[in-house]
Write a protein that binds this ligand. Structure first.
Ligand SMILES: *Cc1c(COP(=O)(O)O)cnc(C)c1O
Length: 411
């Protein structure tokens, strides 16, 4: 590796000392909170056993869901491998709050790409909200990415609005991530003007970044993916919905079938990795945060624009960097791939992907396929050639990935 890279790494790490210490404190607080919950629920190896068939009275599943709900500071949760991904869990949560004739209000601009077909904004699929006669309205974010509270208040007052969606993380959009405190403000506004409306938060990439979760500040439901933050890198698939018991039950009826709800659903693979991954999640999130902040710091030193900047407050684990040239985006992704413990010999190349306007390049050498809590990086091949990077199961591996990517940039 180029000596400039190793020297720069030392300099950047020294600068980030305070930041890293703050991340460690958050991880400690969240770990302590989880430990207390594990102890109170008397977690024990007999809960790790798998089940088969219908899965009635599945001790591991039921205990894990209770723990998950308590960690989110709320009443109930369904945490299932039967959710195929985060999109499925989030859409299920929204469906639980909506009937024909109701309106879904997106409070923070258009929802994440993959949710758009579930709503009926793209494609024309049977079973979408539009198909069932659910209307849609939207409050765009301000130019600076802040939510437009006045317009949210005005639109949420419409009594036909029964569900208000908030996206916590920036995802792959050019907007800042919302703090949990800001989400709480939106919840208060919505509930004040329309007590019937439920607030559903797309919680992806935000879990355990702060010491509180949206369900602690007024959100009725949160939903997300288990191959991101809450799985701690160990849970192999699935999603979760947590919040008010009545709504979680409605989501369970939608996930399986009315009358059965969450009572069925077995998992022969067993739950050890669920309990273990979730317990580790606050620590793993800290590792991912350090990795992306280190990346931002390194690239800033080299004159690139990182968002958020290395010194900025963080509310999710996503980092974007403008590399400015197609060949630099390609080199950066190749460096990340090269330093991955899995598929290091593979060369990422830009490709046409379904659902994307431009070619996309993706680097991901992950143990769990597509797990973006593991170090991964991608970007659309268009101006300003921005790389979106996230994850890192441990800081050492993340740091090496970033250093290799930068080494590749300098070549
Ligand atoms: C990842 C993500 C989702 C869900 O994505 P899946 O790939 O379906 O798990 C939804 N919203 C945001 C903001 C995300 O980052």
């Amino acid at each position: 590796m180029d000596k400039r890279v190793t020297e720069l790494a030392e300099k950047v790490e020294a600068k980030l000392k305070e930041k890293f210490a703050k991340i460690d404190r958050t991880a400690l607080t969240n770990t302590e909170r989880l430990l207390e919950i594990y102890r109170e629920n008397r977690v024990s190896a007999n809960m790790f056993a798998g089940t088969s068939g219908y899965g009635y009275d599945d001790l591991g599943r039921d205990t894990f869901e209770k723990i998950f709900a308590e960690a989110m500071g709320t009443e109930k949760a369904i945490v299932r491998n039967n959710f195929v991904n985060g999109t499925h869990a989030i859409a299920t949560a929204m469906f639980a709050c909506l009937r024909p004739g109701d309106i879904l209000l997106a409070a923070t601009g258009v929802p994440y790409d993959t949710l758009q077909s579930a709503i009926g904004l793209t494609g024309d699929y049977p079973g979408s909200m539009k198909y069932y006669g659910v209307g849609y309205d939207e409050v765009p974010l301000f130019e600076n990415g802040e939510p437009d509270l006045e317009t949210i208040k005005a639109k949420a007052a419409d009594k036909r609005v029964k569900c208000v969606e908030i996206q916590r993380s920036r995802g792959y959009a050019n907007r800042p991530t919302l703090s949990v405190q800001k989400i709480g403000e939106i919840c208060d506004i919505v509930h004040a003007v329309n007590p019937e409306a439920k607030v559903v938060v797309d919680n992806c990439y935000g879990e355990f970044v702060q010491e509180i979760e949206p369900t602690m500040v007024g959100a009725d439901l949160v939903a997300g993916s288990l191959i991101k933050n809450p799985g701690g890198g160990l849970i192999a698939t699935g999603g979760y919905v947590a919040g008010k018991a009545e709504l979680v039950d409605a989501a369970a009826m939608r996930l399986s079938v009315p009358g059965i709800g969450g009572e069925c659903g077995s998992y022969e693979g067993g739950y050890r990795l669920h309990f273990q991954g979730f317990m580790n999640a606050p620590h793993i999130v800290a590792q991912a945060l350090k990795t992306v902040i280190f990346c931002a710091g390194m690239l800033e030193e080299l004159g690139y624009k990182a968002s958020p900047a290395s010194g900025e407050e963080r509310y999710d684990i996503i980092q974007s960097v403008e590399l400015g040239k197609p060949e630099l985006l390609e080199k950066f992704c190749r460096g990340i791939q090269f330093a991955s413990p899995v598929d290091s010999y593979v060369t990422p190349i830009p490709w046409d992907m379904p659902g994307y306007e431009d070619q996309v390049i993706m680097a991901a050498g992950t143990f769990v396929q597509g797990a973006s809590i593991e170090l991964s990086c991608d970007g659309p091949m268009r101006e300003p050639y921005t790389a979106f990077m996230q994850g890192g199961l441990n800081y050492e591996l993340g740091k090496l990935g970033v250093m290799n990517a930068i080494d590749m940039l300098l070549k």
